[in-house]
Ligand binder design. Structure first.
Ligand code: AMP
Ligand code: GLY
Length: 421
């Protein structure tokens, strides 16, 4: 069978890797892929935003399954177009992808269905937003409604900061149209963790928990990034909490979507704050997390092709999904300057040595091939995952892989998993 994976990051490399281990021995294609993915899949030079290009490729090559990684093509309706053409797709349609594409859409679902989340109000007028912020006081959280490449959320410690965030989003339009509408939210205190779940429109199977590090520097300081590392499981999520998250959060969310006529198929990613009152939803994403995928999929024992097919066909209830008990941890190696501007084209060495180590996997995030050499081509360059008998050993394995790899200006956090060690 032929499978097309859409995307080019560490997440998609981990997805291709998991698909490639299937007993069904699929032939993999990836659009557009990267230098690491190219070892497992035939890379197809079509951008993830080129919806008609991707649909035309599928019409010509007729893959059995299309697995969509990033949120942008999902929000642009790639799944809708492919389903219209009769393809089996892993990833929600445009209406379901609004769970990530619009913070206001999600907030309404959460509040209307009494699903635990932060109190919030939505504004399209600056004056209204300003007076609401002043009436609520700080700390307070300002969120651009639409997709803002992970930069649309400002946690404000003071009212002045919140006023500035409103000015940036609503008047200066730093997030473009995505920030015309803002959701202003109560600040939640607690520890964060993520639960990703497979959803086939009806059945929900949560994956093992994960936790990422969003800040660029050690001690969880510095600007936000796409994620500098992750580990699984997240010790903060106990068995009891897992059950509570399924019953009080995931089930009512999927039921609410169904009531709206939305058959959600793919991954539903719940970003949670574990507060004193219990778990509350911070956000939903309509896809696998990056780098959470790089620690969750290495723990998956069940055939990933079978899972993706079952999701696409609405047959998830027929499957039992099994996980490796051993924890996993990953460390992201980034380009100098990331998450700001960064150079590209730096030669990467030591990849083969790192990969040779047992219990170490190297997932490429932003790499390309140039004159036969692997070079950097993104902010997050590589994600090195280790598996071990406990989190500490998983981390040691991940860092032993990192030590082998060199490129000019490489930086990575030295304290991944500090809460879990
Ligand atoms: P998001 O882009 O929605 O994942 O938000 C980015 C980060 O902002 C989250 O990972 C949290 O650390 C923080 N955050 C978002 N909403 C809240 C909230 N209501 N209270 C406290 N922190 C929040
Ligand atoms: N690691 C956070 C995300 O994928 O959204």
């Amino acid at each position: 069978m032929d499978i097309l994976v859409v995307g080019s990051g560490g997440r998609e490399h981990a997805m291709c890797w998991a698909l490639s281990k299937s007993k069904r021995q699929p032939k993999l294609f990836c659009a557009p892929g990267n230098a690491g993915i190219a070892e497992l899949a035939e890379c197809v030079d079509i951008k993830v935003v080129d919806i008609s290009g991707l649909v035309n490729w599928c019409k010509e090559h007729k893959p059995t399954l299309i697995v969509i990684g990033p949120e942008i093509p999902l929000c642009l309706g790639l799944a809708d177009e492919l389903i219209k053409e009769g393809f089996q797709v892993f990833g929600p349609t445009k209406d379901g992808a609004q769970m990530e594409g619009s913070k206001d859409f999600t907030k309404k679902i959460l509040l209307d269905n009494h699903i635990p989340t932060a109190k919030a109000a939505t504004f399209t007028d600056y004056e209204g937003a300003l007076s609401y912020v002043r009436s609520q006081g700080a700390p307070i959280v300002i969120k651009a409604d639409g997709l803002a490449a992970g930069k649309g959320v400002t946690v404000c410690e003071t009212v002045a900061q919140a006023e500035a965030a409103l000015e940036e989003s609503m008047n200066k339009k730093v997030f473009g149209a995505a920030g015309n509408k803002v959701v202003i939210e109560e600040f939640l205190e607690g520890e964060e963790a993520s639960i990703l779940a497979f959803v086939d429109g009806e059945s929900i199977i949560p994956m093992v928990s994960a936790q990422d590090h969003k800040r660029v520097f050690d001690g969880d300081t510095g600007p936000n990034t796409g994620g500098m590392g992750a580990y699984s499981p997240a010790p903060v999520i106990t068995e009891k909490l897992n059950a509570e998250i399924l019953e009080k959060i995931l089930k009512p969310t999927v039921a609410a979507l169904k009531k709206m006529g939305i058959t959600y198929k793919g991954v539903l990613y719940a970003g949670l704050m574990i507060t004193k009152e219990g778990p509350k939803v911070i956000e939903y994403n309509c896809r696998f997390g990056d780098p959470e995928t790089q620690v969750v999929l290495p723990r998956l024992k069940t055939d990933f092709v079978n899972i993706c097919m079952a999701v696409a066909q609405g047959k998830l209830s027929h499957l039992k999904i099994e996980w490796d008990e051993r924890p996993a941890a990953c460390v992201v190696m980034a380009s100098e300057g990331y998450p700001g501007n960064y150079p590209k084209g730096k030669v990467i060495t030591g990849l083969a040595e790192a990969k040779k180590k047992s219990n170490v996997s190297v997932f490429h995030a932003g790499t390309a091939l140039k004159d036969g050499k692997v070079v950097t081509s993104g902010g997050r360059v590589l994600c090195v995952t280790g598996v071990g008998k406990n989190i500490k050993e998983a981390l040691e394995n991940a860092y032993s892989g990192v030590k082998e790899i060199r490129f000019d200006g490489a930086h990575y956090r030295k304290d991944i998993g500090w809460r879990a060690r």
